[in-house]
Structures are given as structure tokens and as C-alpha cells.
Design a protein around this ligand. Sequence first.
Ligand code: NAI
Length: 247
Amino acid sequence: MRVNNKVALVTGSSRGIGRAIAMELARQGAHVAINCASRIVEAEEVKQEIEAMGRRAVIVQGNVADPGFVDGMAKEITASLGKVDILVNNAGITRDNLILRMKEEDWDAVMQVNLKGAFLCAKKFSRQMLKARWGRIINISSVVGIIGNPGQANYCAAKAGLLGMTKSLARELGSRNITVNAVAPGFIATEMTAQLSQEKEREMLKQVPANRLGTPEDVASIVSFLASEGAGYINGQVLAVDGGMSM
Ligand code: NAI
């Protein structure tokens, strides 16, 4: 197993990509802290499935963009699972619109959750990793943070920001056996992309050489590799999991 007995926190892991990452890390031997903003019933299901694999799991519901919540979450996880070895910053939202129609609050909301939330969690949990002299931080960015997308100026800016943060932290923490990498998924079938019209989906698929949508599991297997001992010399990288879309 790739991450046996490590403790992982996956933000936004009640559904979609985060859920698949939480499940795969558990399959590979990790105990998992499950975080979500709402719909705790789904998080309960993830917890049960992880426990059925013989791992420990805890749910911490709340907003990763709230520093008070992140403090409390760290205390709760430390009390129940011990220190966090693997942090996956996955929680994310969209508030799409063309620039002329994008409201300031839509810009702020996406920055808060997608970028500030990752900063707050990295700040909080890197302290434990520094002490342990071992850690993995994996930030879930997006291919549109690399290539851009009309109607998503806020989302693309936040996802591009994550890439800058990833590389800076990789340089800051690298000497302590902590790696910081980003995964940039392409077009993955989840609730987030289910909002798109069939026409938009067909249009996007034209840009994907693999000619199919990705699955949450396509992303999860790469994240579990980056979390493993075997990926210890990969640092500050951005791995696109996009069927060839962004090349
Ligand atoms: P989703 O909408 O299915 O799930 C989002 C998860 O994040 C849920 O568990 C939700 O409770 C949680 N969440 C939302 N706001 C939160 C907050 N403030 N605090 C804590 N948790 C919060 O999304 P999906 O598609 O699974 O996306 C996961 C990540 O992957 C996101 O960061 C997204 O931007 C990124 N991504 C998704 C792609 C796709 O095609 N679905 C493509 C590229 C990146």
C-alpha cells in the first residue's frame, strides 16, 4: 500500500473528485479526515465506506475559507487521528459569468474558497509536517488555470494562483522532506460539470484527444501516487490529468 498508516485530510471530500481521492487514499492504507461545506449525509457515506476498509475516518464540516474553522478542524483531527501527513486542497466552487456581468461577490467567493482556503490549510498543517520532517501537500488546480476559459475569470485566476502558491511552498518546504505539487484536472464528470449544457459539453470534448470526460478516479490515482513515498523526489510540479486537453 502506498500510504499505509498515514493520516490524510481531503478538503471537499463528500462528493466528486474529493470523495474519490479520500476513498483511494484509504484503499492505499491512509486514515482520512473528510471535510465538506454542506450535505453531511454524503460525508457520512464516505466515512462508512472508509471504515469498512478498516481505516479510521472523521468528518469535519465547515468552510475552509474561515480561519476560525480551520483552527478548530486542526484541533479536531489532531485529537481523533493524530497529525496530518497528507493535505489535499480539493474544496472548490464556481461562480461563472462573463467579465461584464461578473459580480464582485462572485469574484470574492471563488477567491476565498479556492485560493484562501488552500492557503489557510497549508499554513495550518505545514507546521505539523515541518515538525515530523515528512509531508505531502497536493493542490487541486485545473487546466483552465493554465489555459484560461471564457466566463471563468475568477475561477481561472484562483486556480492559476494555486500554481504559484504550489511552487513557492515547494521551494520553502522542500528541504524538510515535504513535497508540494498541483494536479490540474481537465473535464471531469462531477456535479460541478453536470451544470454545463450538452452543447457546451460536446464543444469541450472536441478539445480532448482522449475523446471522453475524465472520471474522479482518474484524478484520485494520480493524487495517491503523489502522496506516496515513491513520489518523494517530485516537487513543485503541475500534473495535468486531462486526456491531453491542455498540451
Ligand atoms: P463538487 O462540486 O462535486 O464538490 C465540491 C466539494 O467541495 C464538496 O464536497 C463541497 O462540500 C466542498 N466545498 C465547497 N465549498 C467548500 C468550502 N467553502 N469549504 C469546504 N468544502 C467546500 O466539485 P468537483 O468537481 O468534485 O471538484 C473538486 C475540485 O476539483 C475543485 O477544486 C474543482 O475546482 C476542481 N476541478 C474540477 C474539475 C471538474 O471538471 N469537475 C476540473 C478541474 C478542477
